[in-house]
Ligand binder design. Structure first.
Ligand code: FAD
Ligand code: NAI
Length: 469
């Protein structure tokens, strides 16, 4: 047998956690490999998550605005038609440009060896890779970083066929606009991808188990958000649970029930999107074989230095604790690599922004009102509507507000919540405010994908190397 190739750092998974960890490790002088079985790097985020969803959100918004919001602006447009195959091709093009940029430019520039194949532990420092092109290879790793991400949580009894009953992946590639779409779950995926298809002409109904949409955002923001989406044509069935369903030919029938136990109702749609959350993905890794501890939700258990229960094996990103966000995974990737080099690395978990890329956008960082009340904090609320902001008015895009929550006595910022135009970019200032007392700008977590990430990378470049350039 050929001898295993020796590496200082082997990263399993090439998503935003893994590819960033690999680049950082290589920048710090470690001989580094990154393995992903998907083929193109970039993980869920670049291939079937953040990037394709934002491409569809942006282009469906332009289409919708061209149809409904030009006349008052002095623009008369003629026959506006949707060319869905071209919109899907534009999305694919965005994805391919970014994933090939990692593979052919960034990995080469920083000297990361990229392997396309499925990785499994032989032992804590021996990784078997079943190569996508056939054959096997083995890597010897002084340190391993697990960054295998997450997968969609299935809905019991509803089999995802990615055609009529779809996950986010299928919902990013529907070949025609559904007449009726039901979204199970009023969280981030449901509202973003529901928006895409509603703008393109679908009648969208969101069935949500909780009595609010937005999966835990500030309650006042969630209410405003629901009202605005309602005006855009969304229908909501809150406090409602799906109790069963099946595909019958080209339609899907769902039985829903009031969560408090009311009367049962049957709903019909031509596409049902299952968006009830994601769960860590560690299948086939062989964690049991080497004894890596996972919790009852399947998350790999780590300490504050990303160490798993097995020495020499760290874990970052969606596969472990914390919000399932690309920029959180990236921050952890950098910190994990720095800890390997210097023993120190840092993620400011109190200042990780969240963005919902609908129109208007919703963004927040820090604590919300209901959390502060539950914690018994004495706080002040400062709120300002975009209807009073000259730029928003000028742009005829004035729905929403900015809301600051501060500690009453000290005026310390505890949370920033924005619903309105460009909220995803504006939140960078709130994150900075929340975090800058403790960190320099390059250490402030910026939401992905946003223009504000360019500021962070530029700040980093003043004393260190950027990651994505
Ligand atoms: P992943 O990106 O999931 O990458 C893990 C990789 O590991 C995968 O490519 C997988 O193939 C590979 N892998 C797994 N097991 C093995 C193995 N045994 N061997 C080899 N390779 C393996 N987050 C945001 O911050 N902003 C957004 O706008 C956003 N939009 C989203 C939209 C959608 C529709 C979805 C589904 C998610 C979105 N997210 C967004 C969440 C974001 O995609 C994840 O938080 C992020 O991708 C997590 O990064 P990761 O590196 O931990 O894992
Ligand atoms: P989510 O956690 O955001 O929302 C799931 C929603 O489904 C919740 O509101 C929950 O109450 C509801 N739900 C759960 N079980 C249900 C049931 N049986 N019936 C009806 N409703 C039910 O999860 P989602 O939307 O699937 O997204 C997964 C993750 O992907 C997010 O948590 C986020 O981390 C990430 N993501 C981030 C994006 C961004 O940053 N812009 C965009 C898309 C995804």
């Amino acid at each position: 047998a050929t001898e295993a190739k020796p590496y200082d750092v082997v990263v399993i998974g090439g998503g935003p956690g893994g590819y960033v960890a690999a680049i950082k490790a290589a920048q710090l002088g470690f001989k580094t490999a990154c393995i992903d079985k998907r083929g193109p790097p970039g993980g869920t985020c670049l291939n079937v998550g953040c990037i394709p969803s934002k491409a569809m959100l942006n282009n469906s918004h332009i289409y919708h605005q061209t149809l409904h919001d030009t006349k008052d602006r002095g623009i008369d447009v003629g026959d506006v038609k949707l060319n869905l195959p071209q919109m899907l091709a534009a999305k694919e093009n965005s994805v391919n440009t970014l994933t090939s940029g990692i593979e052919t430019y960034l990995f080469k520039k920083y000297g990361v060896d990229y392997l396309k194949g499925a990785a499994a532990f032989e032992s804590a420092n021996k990784i078997n890779v079943a190569l996508n092109d056939g054959g096997e290879t083995q890597l010897d790793a002084k340190n391993v970083i697990i960054a295998t991400g997450s997968e969609v949580t299935p809905f019991p009894g509803l089999e995802i066929d990615e055609e009529r009953i779809v996950s986010s992946t299928g919902a990013l590639s529907l070949k025609e606009v559904p007449k009726k779409m039901i979204v199970i779950g009023g969280g981030v995926i449901g509202l973003e991808l529901g928006s895409v298809w509603a703008r393109l002409g679908a009648e969208v109904t969101v069935v949500e188990f909780q009595n609010a949409i937005g999966a835990g955002m500030d309650a006042e923001v969630a209410k405003t958000f629901q009202r605005i989406l309602g005006k855009q044509g969304f229908k909501f069935k809150l406090s409602t649970k799906v109790v069963g369903g099946q595909r019958e030919g080209d339609i899907v029938k769902l039985k829903v029930d009031s969560a408090k136990g009311g009367k049962e109702e049957e709903l019909e749609a031509d596409v049902v999107l299952v968006a009830i959350g994601r769960r860590p993905y560690t299948q086939g890794l062989g964690l049991e074989k080497i004894g890596v501890e996972v919790d009852n939700k399947g998350r790999i258990v780590i300490d504050d230095q990303f160490n798993t229960s097995v020495p020499g094996v760290k874990c970052i990103g969606d596969a472990t604790f914390g919000p399932m966000l690309a920029h959180k995974a990236e921050e952890e990737g950098i910190a994990a690599a720095e800890i390997l080099k210097t023993g120190h690395g840092h993620v400011d978990y109190g200042a990780i922004p969240s963005v919902v890329y609908t129109h208007p956008e919703v963004a927040w960082v820090g604590k919300n009102e209901q959390e502060l009340k539950a914690d018994g904090v004495n706080f002040s609320v400062g709120k300002y509507p975009f209807a009073a902001n000259s730029r928003a008015k000028t742009n005829q895009d004035q729905e929403g507000f900015v809301k600051f929550l501060t500690e009453k006595d000290t005026n310390t910022i505890l949370g920033v919540h924005i619903i309105g135009p460009g909220a995803g970019e504006l939140i960078a200032e709130g994150t900075l405010a929340l975090s800058c007392l403790r960190n320099d700008l390059a250490r402030v977590c910026h939401a992905h994908p946003t223009l504000s990430e360019a500021t962070k990378e530029a700040a980093l470049s003043t004393y260190d190397k950027p990651i994505n350039f």
